[in-house]
Structure formats: structure tokens, C-alpha cells
Design a protein around this ligand. Structure first.
Ligand SMILES: Cc1cc2nc3c(=O)[nH]c(=O)nc-3n(C[C@H](O)[C@H](O)[C@H](O)COP(=O)(O)OP(=O)(O)OC[C@H]3O[C@@H](n4cnc5c(N)ncnc54)[C@H](O)[C@@H]3O)c2cc1C
Length: 454
């Protein structure tokens, strides 16, 4: 069946039974153990176009794989044709235009490695193996968001193969409606074959915040972090995360099994000016440890690589929180009294500065008025799937009253139709109209789906 497609490709076509097929069908979240009809390992935009045209003719569904890291496993589906872009990883810096030209299979690590050669960076996320494509198309929040906004805010242009199999250029001038939609609208509108991202001077060394508090001080830490945020300069962006320390080699015995809150952040300005600005984050409570100091930007960006779960099933959800007031803090801490497993990771990514300054209707990414993004993730053995998923659902429901218009971060949540609508809010109608124009049959449906406006 696939012979005709195979002949058109510069990349490979993998079918069930091949070892490489078995490797390529795997995604980060092993709960999604799916068997696609075949996998097109693309080497070029022409391969992507051939795959789209073939799938349309053969009436096959398609999935798109960038880095394969979405917790909802949308990059793979039983019986669909997987358009695997993960071999297309080239990153090129254009110094004159101050942009990075990035292929869709690049990881965040690929992007940082190349741009840092020139002392430049674009906002990405915080674990290097994550794919840039999925991350950028649904937002993208890392340590540069306060100063430079989300990754999606920094898409200067993109090339993409649309549902009719044609490759087009998308920018402020070319297909401006699509340019609006892909900055937050995810993989709904076509397969991006190349991005252009804005670049800014940064590094190679930066002032990084790295503080650990005891979980018993969680209330104080959250309260003080919220207060700090009200006057935090754009240059300071930070993530907080609470988890139970493992009894692993290299971890001091005094920390084994201890619940902690870690603050990781960055001052995106002159290192010498940053110390005063980040000082409040070092005094949210009495720290257990404080390694705040100057590090290479690439070191900061890979700090959590080893801690990120690998080869495990994960259940996760997220909500944008309006404000961690006393009531919201109490609700959260009561919830965390009974974690589903010791592997529970709760993250609080602050939202302020440039990422909140972009008007909510300026791009598809609508959530510009939250003060924190709250993410819950738990990894589990399959026999514990149900209680873990149930706990995640109950965590979502418990925190919903404290959310910003019930909005979630679509990069860290299941593809639930109501959550998708709530998240896009007033932007959903416009997205549905653009979907109708470019993909009226909903050919690209394995994603956080926007229904074409019928
Ligand atoms: C360990 C880990 C750390 C993370 N850290 C962060 C972080 O710091 N900040 C943050 O914002 N997010 C973070 N995330 C979430 C991340 O943004 C999402 O997982 C994102 O989907 C990853 O992109 P991907 O290309 O790897 O995903 P994939 O699973 O490959 O793709 C997800 C979806 O994106 C779309 N897509 C992918 N490639 C293309 C393409 N070329 N064209 C069109 N559509 C495409 C498709 O709809 C696809 O189903 C993290 C996730 C993990 C697992």
C-alpha cells in the first residue's frame, strides 16, 4: 500500500514489524503505546508534503511528531500515518536579521546550542529534550518569558504544509490569519516545516536562581512568591516545583524522601545588576540550600534534564491561577496532604512581564492575565493508572475555582474539548473560522483540536 509513497521520499517509510518502526512509534509518555499504520521519517518539506498528499488520497488519518513530548501523546495514534519530523533538526542563525531558522524536529537543546554560539537566545522551555515544534505552537514558557514573552510570541514566520499538501509561507504579511493562529493554535493548521524565531543577546553566562526550601514552609514560600511577583522586574523569571527528594546516589542522606520546594530562575539582564533583583527569591523562607550564582545559560537550561521522568507513564494536568491568595494556597496544600504517589511533581511557573503584556487577542494564545501556571504530573506503573488519573482529575477540579477563566496550558493537559474551548476563550471563534478556511475536513485532528466552524 505504501510503495508509491516510499518512492517519493528522501526519508524513510517504516511499517509494522521493523525494529526502527517500534522505536519511532514510542513517545515520551509511555501510557500511549500506539501502533500507527506507518511512519514517514521526513528529511525535507517535500517529504512532509508527499505524506500529507498520500494520506489524503488513501483516506488515512495523520499525526505529527516533533519531539514526541506531549503528555497527551498526540504525536501517535493507532492506524494513523505518523509524519515524523524528528530527524529535521537543523538550526541556523541569521545574524543580520537576528533570527534563528529552526527545523521542526529540533529539540530545545539544539536551538540553545546553536544560538548560544553567537551569544543569542530565543525563549524556549526548561528541559533540553523537549521538541521546539509542539512547544512553540501552543505557547512555550521558559526563563525568558518575563523579558521576551512566550516562544509563540517570538515566531517571526513559518513555512508549513497545509491540509491540501501545499507548502506556504506564513508571516505578518503572508497568510496573516494563519500567522495569528499558529501562535498558540497548535498543530491544527498544517505541518510546520521551518520556523523563524526572534533572537536576543543573552549569555553565555547568566545569573541563575537555584534555591531549595523545606515543604513545611510551603505556605510562606507561596505567599511571598506571589507578593514578589507584583513588583518583579521583567528580567526575573522563575519556576517553583515541589516534589519528594529521591534516596538516590548524590543526594545527601538528610534530604532522602524529604519534600522540598525548589526555585529555579534567571535574571535576563546584566549579571552584575541582577543580585538585588533576585534576592527576594532567596528569602521566601529559610532555605535548605542556595546555589544562586553565575552559570552558563546552557547549563541552566539543562539543569532538570536528569530529573525529568523518562520511559514512564504519566498523568498530568494544568491550570492558570489568577492569584495564590490565602484561600487558593490552603486549597492546594490540603490537596497535597494526600499525594497519589511519591513521584508527584507540582510546578508553579510564574506569569508576568512581557508574556502578560501581549493583548489576549493579538495571537491565538489567549491567557495573558494569570499570575501562575500550576502543573500536576505523576508517573505511575500501569496497575496504578486509575487512582493516579483520578487524583489528577480531582486536583484539576479542586483548583478550578482559583483559575483564570478555567484556562489550562494546552502543552501540559489532556486534549479535552471543554478545556480547549475554555482556554482559547474569546479566541476560539476566530480559530474555528481559520480552521474552516485551511482545514475544513479536520484532517489535522490528533491535537488539541479546534473544530472547523461549519
Ligand atoms: C520533560 C518535559 C519538560 C517540559 N518543559 C516545558 C517547559 O519548560 N515549558 C513549556 O512551555 N512546556 C514544557 N513541556 C511541555 C511541552 O511544551 C509539550 O510537551 C510540547 O508538546 C512538546 O513539543 P514536542 O514537539 O516534543 O511534542 P510532540 O508530542 O511531538 O507534538 C505535540 C503536538 O504538537 C503538534 N506538532 C508537533 N510538531 C509539529 C509540526 N512540525 N507542525 C505542526 N504541529 C506540530 C502536533 O499537534 C502534536 O500532536 C515539557 C514537557 C515535558 C515532557
Amino acid at each position: 500500500m505504501f510503495e508509491q509513497l516510499k518512492d517519493q521520499l528522501s526519508g524513510r517509510l517504516l511499517v509494522p514489524g521493523e525494529e526502527a518502526y517500534n522505536e519511532r512509534r514510542k513517545v515520551w509518555n509511555t501510557a500511549y503505546d500506539k501502533y500507527p499504520a506507518a511512519i514517514v521519517v521526513c528529511q525535507s518539506a517535500a517529504d512532509v508534503a508527499a505524506a500529507v498528499q498520500f494520506a489524503k488520497k488513501a483516506n488515512l488519518e495523520v499525526t505529527i511528531r516533533g519531539g514526541g513530548h506531549h503528555v497527551a501523546g498526540t504525536a501517535v495514534s493507532d492506524g494513523a500515518l505518523m509524519i515524523d519530523c524528528s530527524d529535521m533538526r537543523k538550526v541556523t542563525v541569521d545574524l543580520e536579521r537576528r533570527i534563528a531558522i529552526v527545523e521542526p524536529g529540533a529539540t530545545l537543546g539544539d536551538v540553545d546550542a546553536e544560538t548560544q554560539k553567537f551569544g543569542l537566545a530565543t525563549p524556549t522551555g526548561t528541559v533540553t529534550e523537549t521538541g521546539i515544534a509542539g512547544l512553540a505552537l501552543c505557547g512555550g514558557t521558559g526563563y525568558l518569558r518575563g523579558k521576551y514573552g512566550l516562544t509563540s510570541d517570538n515566531i517571526r514566520s513559518a513555512r508549513m504544509v497545509t491540509a491540501d499538501g501545499e507548502e506556504i509561507q506564513v508571516s505578518e504579511r503572508e497568510h496573516p490569519d494563519l500567522y495569528w493562529a499558529i501562535r498558540g493554535g497548535g498543530g491544527n493548521f498544517g505541518v510546520v516545516t521551518s520556523f523563524e524565531f526572534n533572537l536576543y543577546p543573552l549569555g553565555p553566562e547568566v545569573l541563575s536562581v537555584d534555591v531549595m526550601y523545606d515543604y513545611k514552609d510551603a505556605k510562606q514560600v507561596l505567599r511571598n512568591a506571589q507578593a514578589f511577583l507584583r513588583k518583579a522586574p521583567d528580567e526575573v523569571s522563575f519556576n517553583m516545583m515541589t516534589f519528594q527528594m529521591p534516596a538516590a546516589p548524590g543526594v545527601p542522606e538528610s534530604l532522602h524522601h524529604r519534600r522540598v520546594i525548589v526555585i529555579a530562575g534567571l535574571y535576563a539582564g546584566d549579571k552584575a545588576d541582577g543580585h538585588d533583583a533576585v534576592q527576594p527569591l532567596r528569602e521566601l523562607a529559610q532555605p535548605i540550600s542556595d546555589n544562586t550564582g553565575v552559570v552558563r545559560y546552557t547549563e541552566l537550561q539543562s539543569r532538570f534534564d536528569l530529573a525529568a521522568p523518562k520511559n514512564v507513564a504519566v498523568a498530568g494536568t494544568s491550570l492558570f491561577i489568577k492569584e495564590f491568595n490565602e484561600e487558593a494556597i490552603d486549597a492546594l496544600l490540603a490537596l497535597l496532604e494526600q499525594p497519589p504517589r511519591s513521584s508527584l511533581l507540582v510546578q508553579f511557573w510564574e506569569c508576568h512581564g512581557q508574556m502578560n503584556r501581549v493583548p489576549s487577542d493579538a495571537t491565538a494564545f489567549a491567557v495573558r492575565d494569570a499570575s501562575f501556571l500550576l502543573c500536576f504530573d505523576v508517573d505511575y506503573p500501569m496497575e496504578e493508572e486509575k487512582p493516579c488519573k483520578d487524583w489528577i482529575d480531582s486536583a484539576y477540579k479542586t483548583m478550578l475555582p482559583y483559575s483564570t477563566r478555567q484556562a489550562s496550558y494546552l502543552n501540559t493537559v489532556q486534549a479535552d474539548p471543554q478545556i480547549i474551548r475554555d482556554t482559547y476563550g474569546d479566541n476560539y471563534k476566530k480559530l474555528a473560522a481559520i480552521k474552516q478556511k485551511y482545514d475544513p475536513t479536520n484532517f489535522f485532528r490528533h491535537n488539541h483540536n479546534i473544530q472547523p466552524q461549519g
